[in-house]
Design a protein around this ligand. Structure first.
Ligand SMILES: Nc1nc(=O)c2c([nH]1)NC[C@@H]1CN(c3ccc(C(=O)N[C@@H](CCC(=O)O)C(=O)O)cc3)C=[N+]21
Length: 304
């Protein structure tokens, strides 16, 4: 029996920590961290995400702002919304829900977000900072996965981690974080030969491809840790149900530890979004303070 890494419980712990620090920021500086979410159209996965996000923000004491735009919104209109949020000193985090309707240029919008408010960690500056080991806002899902892994491994040094999938939002930043934690990292994807054999060498498998129950028991080394990022809606006997990228029933007996779906990585993603909003609010406070010092320098002592 594998140890179950309970994302519901662990995310609740993360949220309590965030809530405590949010209260501190309010008490000491009179600042309420605020997170703005921009949702264009009505993608069903994004709807679930927005609903859960509003609930968790409330629990954390974070102010939450929603901008819902029509599915046929044009680039200029979306840019104007982002620009207004960029300039608003009372907004600390901005998240534009992906995927966007196809008339919109995702890369352009992401690059238009003020990097200081980039709580998704998708801005090119955030991506570059993570890749080069500079402090940055880290994408929420990979950050949540790292917190889950820390429950199982005190030290990830020297572990072989196989990341299945190379998306900008999960696979690539996940690989960067594992590398930062001194893992040996292999990223496998649709063009990889012998995926199963590579996975079987892994101490840690992170599955993030969006293919229902792709990873089977014979892909997994006995005693490996398995993190399942997939959230796939499938029909079983005419009912909609959520399954991961891992065939949980068959893999669970082989693994040392495994995350469930639902109740695994999903809730951690949302908790990390709150964590990033707090981090962004603090950094913005510090940056305002340093600008004040620049514009009002201490009078220099008269010499002589
Ligand atoms: N810019 C951007 N950043 C995102 O991070 C982002 C996005 N766009 N667009 C949509 C996807 C989807 N996503 C989810 C996160 C958590 C759950 C989640 O908490 N799921 C629950 C179950 C949800 C349910 O009740 O059905 C769970 O896994 O237990 C779901 C979906 C983040 N996304």
């Amino acid at each position: 029996m594998a140890r179950l890494i309970d994302g519901k419980q662990l995310s609740a712990q993360v949220l309590v920590e965030v809530a405590t620090e949010v209260q501190q920021l309010k008490a000491e500086h009179g600042i309420t961290p605020a997170l703005a979410v921009v949702l264009v159209g009505d993608d069903p996965a994004s709807q679930v995400y927005v609903r859960n996000k509003v609930l968790r923000a409330e629990e954390a004491g974070i102010r939450s702002i929603e901008h819902r735009l029509e599915a046929d919104t044009d680039q200029q209109t979306l840019n104007a919304v982002v620009d207004q949020l960029n300039k608003d000193p009372e907004v600390h985090g901005i998240l534009v829900q992906l995927p966007l309707p196809k008339q919109l240029d995702e890369a352009q919008i992401i690059a238009a977000i003020n990097p200081a408010k980039d709580v998704d960690g998708f801005h090119p500056l955030s991506v570059g900072a993570l890749a080069s080991g500079q402090p940055s806002l880290v994408p929420c899902t990979p950050l949540g996965c790292m917190i889950m892994l820390q429950q199982i491994h005190n030290d990830l040094s020297g572990k072989h981690a196989v990341v299945i999938g190379r998306s900008n939002i999960v696979g690539k930043p996940m690989a960067a974080l594992l590398l930062q934690a001194n893992c040996t990292v292999t990223t496998v994807h649709s063009h990889t030969q012998n995926i199963e054999a590579l996975c079987r060498q892994a101490d840690i498998v992170v599955a993030a491809v969006g293919r229902p129950e792709l990873v089977k028991a014979d892909w997994i080394k006995t005693g490996a840790t398995v993190i399942d990022v997939g959230i796939n809606a499938v029909e079983v006997d005419g009912r909609r149900k959520l399954v991961g990228d891992v065939d949980f029933a068959s893999v669970e007996p082989v693994a040392e530890a495994i995350t469930p779906v639902p109740g695994g990585v999903g809730p951690m993603t949302i908790a990390c979004l709150m964590k990033n909003t707090l981090t962004a609010a603090r950094a913005q406070l510090a940056s305002v303070a340093s600008k004040d010092i620049e514009s009002n320098p201490e009078p220099t002592a008269a010499v002589g």
